[in-house]
Design a protein around this ligand. Structure first.
Ligand code: CS2
Length: 479
């Protein structure tokens, strides 16, 4: 089968949307760090649709932060790829042409800095996942114990962390004319760009303090809330998408029809016509973020834990089990929703129904193990604020936390995590279960203190962990 590229674009079935602007003359406007499936199915699609509607030089230079795997797939396709949006009710296919160049960070450090400094780049977006921000315990400063940060503090000219890469490029941009810039985080963190700004200031204060006044006045950091479920692709899905396209597409992504992007409207040097592509601009992002993180992502992480615990492969498999689906609905109704400040006029019941439907989408093969990944970074953002407001003894969220602790401490499951070495150490340690639980809770920002609350949480968690160990995983959602 022929491969998707500029020459074969015309052979696609008529129903497949494709670039409506002149790709050959498209100039770059956005640099994106983190070229994973989520970016390709979300921000790149919004930019593509904005250019389809209104034109503009907003080509995206995509940066792979670690490996060249994605660029090896895209390069032979003239950087074209397809996005399949699908549910039981609808399906659409679109070829995206917004990528204009690729950079592989570890081997093209100079070119990456030069591109950050290029005044044609007016926006830098990021999807580097929670752990990429190298945040310290307070969530708004640099983790100075992080190995990549330590390396960057010592060798700022060969940065390893994303903040280090940005700091180096920003120092160069400042020295070459200090063109205004917008830096826009698209990761699942509350006040995501504000956090990024804080770590950048910490790094720049060490090596390039002269940059800080420019950063203060000419660089904006609008925070944003992103939402679209984009599972990792498997070989089977690539084959299926090739069949639908009539062409091989090794960089294909598949996702759901739903998509949302809410951004604080503070751009230093213009932006694509994203309104016309469905982006909502707001003054204050916080209500949207907490709704999404503490309802969608919180229940997603619970589903992932239940799925791993009960051996269900995908989110849809979990939702197809009536007892597990009922548990998720109760969790939303009794604990997650009451703990959120819902924006005025927002129909939260409708949102909940929509979410339950999205999770049940049988077309998405979203593996529980994928969502369970990096839990020590995700749990603090998704669960902890709610956990402070529930009645622990009756709480379903507390059971889910116990399930995660059980998986980490008492099973041979290796859950991928930036703190994996520490988690494995806790599993292997000869300390008592209460001691190991204490250390594990400290890893997710719940260090023990002398309060009655802290003691109660530990007691309830221990009861559930011991219950799962003696009576089996079923007790979490079926008791
Ligand atoms: C998921 C998210 O993997 C995860 O942690 O919860 O990627 C989720 O699919 C998106 O945030 C949906 O917008």
């Amino acid at each position: 089968m022929a491969r998707l590229d500029s020459a074969t674009l015309d052979t696609l079935p008529a129903a497949v949307m494709r670039p409506a602007y002149d790709r050959a003359s498209l100039g770059p406007g956005i640099l994106h760090l983190g070229l994973g499936a989520f970016h390709r199915a979300h921000q790149a699609v919004y930019t593509e649709n904005a250019m389809n509607h209104s034109g503009g030089d907003w080509g995206i230079i995509g940066v792979s932060m670690r490996s060249d795997a994605v660029s090896r797939r895209l390069a032979p396709q003239d950087l074209l790829y397809s996005v399949l949006s699908e549910s039981a009710e609808e399906r659409s296919l679109q070829v995206v042409g917004a990528l204009t160049d690729l950079i592989v960070a570890p081997r093209e450090a100079q070119r990456l800095s030069a591109t950050i400094a290029d005044p044609r780049i007016r926006i830098i977006t990021l999807t580097i996942t929670e752990k990429g921000y190298c945040l310290g315990d307070d969530g708004f400063s640099l983790d100075r114990t992080h190995p990549d940060v330590l390396a960057d503090l010592e060798h700022p000219d060969s940065p390893r962390s994303a903040p280090g890469v940005l700091a180096r490029g920003l120092a160069l941009r400042h020295s070459l004319g200090a063109a205004p810039l917008t830096i826009l985080s698209c990761d699942n963190l509350s006040e995501n760009s504000a956090r990024l700004r804080a770590v950048l200031c910490d790094l720049l204060a060490v090596h390039a303090p002269q940059v800080l006044p420019w950063l203060e006045h000419k660089v904006t950091f609008p925070s944003s809330m992103v939402d679209r479920i984009v599972p990792a692709m498997s070989a089977v899905e690539l084959d299926r998408q090739a069949h639908l396209l009539g062409l091989r597409d090794e960089a294909a992504v598949s996702t759901e029809p739903f998509s949302q992007w809410v951004i604080e409207d503070s751009f230093a040097a213009g932006r694509p016509d994203w309104e016309n592509a469905g982006v909502r601009f707001v003054e204050d992002i916080r209500p949207f973020e907490s709704l999404k993180l503490r309802l969608l992502n919180a229940s997603h992480s619970v589903i992932a834990c239940l799925g791993v615990l009960e051996n269900r492969e995908t989110v849809a498999d979990v939702m197809a089990d009536p007892a597990l689906a009922a548990f998720i609905r109760r969790l939303m109704d009794e604990e997650l929703i009451p703990a959120i400040e819902v924006p005025g006029g927002f129909d939260v019941a409708e949102y909940r129904e929509q979410l339950l439907g999205r999770f049940a989408n049988p077309c998405l093969r979203h593996r529980c193990a994928q969502i369970a990944m990096d839990a020590s970074e995700k749990i603090p953002q998704r669960w902890l604020a709610t956990l402070k407001q529930v009645e622990l003894e009756r709480s379903l969220l507390c059971r889910a936390l116990a399930a995660w602790c059980y998986l980490v401490l008492l099973t041979p499951q290796a859950l991928e995590d930036p703190r994996q070495a520490r988690l494995l150490e806790l599993r292997e340690s000869g300390d008592s279960l209460p001691q190991r639980l204490d250390s594990l809770l400290a890893c997710i920002g719940l260090p023990g203190d002398s309060s009655a609350e802290s003691a109660r949480l530990r007691q309830v968690l221990l009861q559930w962990i011991e219950g799962i160990a003696s009576r089996g995983p079923g007790i979490v959602a079926r008791a």
